[in-house]
Design a protein around this ligand. Sequence first.
Ligand code: PLP
Length: 422
Amino acid sequence: SEQFSNFGQRLCGGSGIEELMDDLGTAMALGGPDTKMLGGGQPAHIPEVNALWRRRMQEIMGSDGAFEKMLSNYDPPRGNPHFLEALANLFRESFGWDISAKNIAVTSGGQTAFFFLFNALAGAFQDGRRKKILLPLVPEYIGYANQSVGEDIFRAVKPCIEKLGEHDFKYRVDFDHLKVDDDVAAICVSRPTNPTGNVLTDNEIAKLAELAKTNGIPLIIDNAYGAPFPNIIFTEAEPVWDENIVLTLSLSKIGLPGTRTGIVVANEEVAAAVASMSAIVGLANGNVGQALMEPLVRSGEILSLSNEVVRPYYIDKSKAARQWVAEAFDDALPYRVHLSEGALFLWLWFEGLPISSRELYERLKARGVLIVSGHYFFFGLDDSDWQHRNECIRMTYTMDEATVKGGIEIIAEEVARAYSEA
Ligand code: PLP
């Protein structure tokens, strides 16, 4: 529409992430029993976790003034000082990182943190230079794709694909083709990765951190699923942070997506920049997630919750979903599943699929199964001939057994039908 500015042209006209969140939010709010929501990154409702939120809310209601403080006060733009302090202590004690509250800023969800960071670091500069965010391995999180307020800001590198056995695979960073030049503003990865469930190895992270440092740019690590919370990570992977790393966390995947609480851990300059942006865009962040979580961070209960409840719950779910895929799919079909090393998804690859993943999405939606077409996750890449980008889908495995198993069976039917049309 002509009424919109350049900013408006980029942000007002819809996006993959809007489509996905609309499918998700509508199914959660209104979905009938026949909708199989394997689309968005909705965390499971884990009974022990929900019981804890209930307990915390009752404690807040029962203590003098806490409820009114939570609902009726503005926090500072950077976040609640008690929450920031508790987090800094947790990171120092858990990992030995040399940080204080000045290294942390809260945002309205991790999503908002990325909007701030990408636009503050990349795009057009006063001296005419233009800089990009380098994604060393796509597929990468769909939520980044449309966040630039100016020009396209992503440059992505294809991965090495390691085929494992008959029906598994894993992506690895292709360091031979990963080049950093003057127009790279920062390197960014999600770990565990949405959509694939990949966890970059410690060696890959060390190499990326070194590459960033030698080029004087930050390495942004999106830790929405990582340690120490929610710790939805099934391999051994060392959490890392230093002055050159911007680490983001979130309270969403431990079970509080409705509170919209993101956390940025960075050097003091970057953390202050995030707080400045929060003030301009939203004055302050929501208080509720921070208020619910602060004593759990202080006591360390957030760690036992992550390690003893959340992580094992998702390991079991992931294994069950992988098993149902093996049972539902015809062994003769060339399907492959990315190793599930963390996060909430299975990433399925159908090599040589005669229809696009977008068409598969439409056929599945018509049968009441919501997944996400893989093509959205390959942004920032020039190579439109690369067939792989149209051969993958992401399915979330967090819902109840009937939904996930039933959904997988329908996916298997539709995939078999598509191959038989060739
Ligand atoms: N980063 C990744 C990799 C995600 O998967 C998500 C949500 O799905 C986010 C960031 C943002 O989550 P939130 O804004 O709820 O913290």
